[in-house]
Design a protein around this ligand. Sequence first.
Ligand SMILES: Cc1cc2nc3c(=O)[nH]c(=O)nc-3n(C[C@H](O)[C@H](O)[C@H](O)COP(=O)(O)OP(=O)(O)OC[C@H]3O[C@@H](n4cnc5c(N)ncnc54)[C@H](O)[C@@H]3O)c2cc1C
Length: 263
Amino acid sequence: MRTKNPDVVVVGAGIAGASVAAVLARGGLEVLLLERQRAYRDRVRGEYMAPWGVLEARAAGLETVIRGARAVDARYNVPYDELVAPSAAEAARGDASTILPFAGLRSIPAARGLGGATAAGPCATFSGEQTWCEEPYADGVVLLGDAGGYDDPVDGQGLSLAMRDVRQLSELLLATGDWTVAALRPYGQQRAERLRRMRRVSRTFAALMTTFTADGRARRNRYDTASAARREDVRLALGAIHLGPDRLPTEAFSDQLHESLLT
Ligand SMILES: Cc1cc2nc3c(=O)[nH]c(=O)nc-3n(C[C@H](O)[C@H](O)[C@H](O)COP(=O)(O)OP(=O)(O)OC[C@H]3O[C@@H](n4cnc5c(N)ncnc54)[C@H](O)[C@@H]3O)c2cc1C
């Protein structure tokens, strides 16, 4: 979009920047969206959006656009590793629609074919760090998406967190038009808390799923058993991966609960 006198300049047309630009433009603001890459480069990241992120996208009026980009609803989640063979995992799979009835999910087409695929090249790797800032704003400037801090991608929360930023920030800016620190502070405070909560969850998830020592495997085995038994502490500690940072009680994000799951 070209405009000589924009109300808002958005730097970066990733999912966060492009989405907030679209929502603000729909809300009547003149938006200039700047992107440094001239050609799209697929880096195989952000392939999965959690159910709570889809709801955020729906609330921001972006769900139709996402579905239009050939989105596929996943009804089943069948995790397997060196402890659980794919066939055993498939036999024991849970129907995610019973815990996520609001999402109206369908199963992935051609999932069996994907499971039988062979690697075409070396695996890409990514580092699992977490970054954040307590005050992602100054007068007239605000950060959203990964620019304001990102979580370890191990549990796939970045797109959903970006959608939440987009929704909260666009609601705030369209309602008040106020870009002062005072107006942006609630956004910064709530964002810091949701990132803190999701960091707690992803640390636990990463420790459980990506510790490939004998102790780590034994712990994962205990976790698999507890998970299959639908133990309440497991559902509480890791439920936010599907439900997001705001639908569970505060104790779901406490160190005490998470450390007890990791012992
Ligand atoms: C390996 C991996 C797997 C992941 N898998 C998932 C997943 O399955 N599910 C999930 O929810 N999340 C996942 N994530 C996280 C998710 O991809 C990110 O959180 C999300 O893409 C962030 O979107 P964004 O728009 O904030 O940033 P980006 O997608 O990084 O977009 C930023 C944009 O800004 C542009 N830009 C940067 N600087 C400038 C500048 N100075 N001027 C102009 N343009 C600029 C960049 O070119 C880029 O286009 C994964 C991350 C990784 C690393």
